[in-house]
Design a protein around this ligand. Structure first.
Ligand SMILES: [Cu+2]
Length: 598
């Protein structure tokens, strides 16, 4: 937080922290522009390190901004926002919540000069240096410093998103990334008339960074959010929110593309548009076979591209509310679909009948329909055989607390784990430690199966399984090996719930899921090895399992974590290291010229 505050101070003084520009990946100008930027940056950082006074910093910044004048220039700043009749300062990019949308075409490269941010679901071939998570692939960017990320859009097409990856700052620092088809190619569906990013987010009346800090200190549950928002607005059902409710204007007979992003902190969400059918055509930046449905269930971290045909006449609510976790915000966020033309507007727009909070069947039925498009242009390449198998239990746990003085159950401290390892954030980032072969930062013995087998989904799991081991353990796999991971949620602490597991650096094939304990003989026979969806986040069902497969063809150091933010904060994380191949082209890129010190 201290670091954030200091950066904010600089931001207030007009410090540029984010410059974004798109360049064709093969253009000669890229190297030149990049080189100039690097030189300027080096110079700039040198000056900063030498503690020059502010006057010189500002002059230098001025030069810097001229050099990057052709770029879309944005600024990280503290902005005062009022929601629910309550004001606070939040961290924003360019003063906007959600942040600005980045537009690229497949195959292009983005250069982002930035402070404290990550890109969600971008594979980043061989380039973990630009992935983002603090202490996983980089040290935090120090106040006054910046870092140039190179984001490569290799195979993704559709909707992704960028977000901060420093504590809970992603609550307000996030925005869409839209990857259009490569030049000369088209969507595998007819062109929509218009598109609307629909960003779902959490709103807390308090300061989110303080909120998680105090929860981690006390060992108890962090506060729930006070509202959900659609494109920054809670909607008509919350106090003091009606005037700002987000609206989209539509024409009868046209088809629109909703690019829906769940950047909510702790809840999976149901989403509907009253009296309109939804056709889901993409997920996590890959196409799927169209799913015709009246609702979707979208987990934190996921994106869905949804076509909606405007075949009604007046005003309709779109609405989203939680699919129940153990604890959850039970409020409902809304926006309005408003038709152009002459009609008498209803006193209140039609409201959708959302699935019940606990409607597990609705989730299951929706999930079963997810299949990759698997066309000639967008083929499936799911590994048919597997070199490395991991079976990973996902648990919420407790750790003992001195004098039972914590705020968790029985005075203990809440924790969370993967294969009973509660991930401890190291003091030097794992990527640097791996690259420079530093000893004592992490160990390579993340277990390939749970340390004990028990009835994971039983009604009353013994307290013997409550306590995880605190450690920084990573899993190392060979380049180009085929990997299968089966995630198993457990009912330890009677805390079974859906966990959206997310792996950086990869899209993976979601080949199967089921309920109860995974059976490694019978369950694999039901895998979809023909057209499984290619995603980067998978919702592992409560008291069930989900299986994924991928080829480890992206060397690097990749964070894997539950996308429920409180679970990740409690240690439901690990790191996958994919070794280099035998050639330069199959090895991690060299580190950039400047790395932030830890
Ligand atoms: Cu979780």
């Amino acid at each position: 937080m201290e670091m954030m505050k200091m950066s904010l101070k600089l931001a207030f003084l007009g410090f540029l922290v984010l410059n974004v520009f798109v360049v064709p990946s093969m253009a000669q100008t890229l190297r030149t522009v990049h080189w100039v930027m690097l030189q300027i940056q080096k110079l700039y950082l040198k000056f900063l390190i030498c503690n020059l006074n502010l006057f010189y910093k500002l002059i230098l910044q001025y030069i810097f901004s001229i050099i990057t004048a052709h770029a879309l220039r944005t600024k990280l700043e503290e902005t005062n926002y009022t929601r629910l009749c309550s004001s606070k300062n939040i961290l924003t990019v360019n003063g906007s919540f959600p942040g600005p949308t980045l537009h690229v075409h497949k195959g292009e490269k983005l250069i982002v000069n930035v402070q404290n941010q990550g890109k969600h679901g971008v594979k980043q071939p061989r380039n973990p240096w630009s992935d983002g998570p603090e202490y996983i692939t980089q040290c935090p960017i120090q106040p006054g410093a910046n870092f140039s990320y190179e984001i490569i859009f290799s195979t993704e097409e559709g909707t992704l998103w960028w977000h901060a990856h420093s504590d809970w700052s992603r609550a307000t620092v996030h925005g869409p990334i839209i990857v259009y088809p490569a030049n000369g190619t088209t969507y595998p569906y007819s062109n929509p008339s218009e598109e609307f990013p629909i960003v779902l987010a959490s709103w807390f009346k308090g300061d989110v960074m303080e909120l998680i800090q105090s929860a981690l200190e006390s060992g108890g549950e962090p506060n729930q959010s006070d509202a959900f928002t659609i494109n920054g607005q809670p909607g008509d059902l919350y106090n003091c929110s009606k005037p700002g409710t987000f609206r989209i204007l539509v024409d009868y007979g046209k088809t629109y593309l909703l690019r829906i992003i769940n950047s909510i902190m702790n809840e999976e969400m149901f989403f509907m548009v009253a009296q309109h059918n939804l056709t889901v055509v993409g997920m996590d930046g890959a196409y799927i076979k169209p799913i015709n449905t009246d609702y979707i269930m979208i987990t934190p971290g996921q994106t869905m591209d949804v076509l909606v045909t405007a075949n009604q006449t007046s005003e309709y609510y779109m609405a989203a509310r939680a699919y129940a976790g153990l604890t959850y915000d039970n409020t409902t966020t809304t926006a309005i679909v408003q038709y152009n033309g002459n009609y008498t507007a209803p006193s209140t727009p039609a409201f959708p009948i959302l699935p019940n909070y606990t409607d597990i069947d609705a989730v299951t039925n929706f999930t079963r329909q997810m299949k990759a498009l698997n066309s000639k242009e967008h083929p499936v390449d799911v590994p048919q055989t597997v070199d490395t198998k991991l079976y990973i239990t996902i648990s919420v746990n407790t750790l003992p607390c001195v004098n039972s003085s914590c705020d968790g159950p029985n005075g203990d401290r809440l924790a969370a784990s993967l294969n009973n390892i509660s991930f401890v954030t190291p003091e030097v980032d794992v990527l640097l430690a791996y690259h420079n072969q530093l000893q004592g930062i992490f160990t390579k013995d993340f277990p390939s199966q749970p340390p004990y087998f028990f009835d994971f989904t039983a009604n009353n799991v013994s307290d013997d399984y409550l306590t995880p081991l605190n450690a920084t353990k990573v899993k190392v796999v060979e380049f180009n090996s085929t990997v299968e991971m089966v995630f198993q949620t457990t009912n330890v602490m009677n805390a079974a719930e859906n966990h959206p597991m997310h792996l950086h650096g990869y899209s993976f094939y979601f080949v199967g899921f089921g309920f109860g304990n995974f059976n490694n003989e019978t369950d694999p026979t039901g895998y979809n090895l023909v057209d499984p969806p290619e995603v980067n986040t998978v919702g592992v069902p409560a008291n069930g399992w989900a299986a994924i497969r991928f080829r480890a063809d992206n060397p690097g150091v990749w964070f894997m974590h539950c996308h429920l933010e409180r679970h990740s904060s409690w240690g439901m994380d690990t790191v996958l290291i994919v070794k280099n191949g035998t050639t330069n082209e199959t090895s991690m890129l060299d580190p950039p010229a400047y790395l932030n010190p830890c």
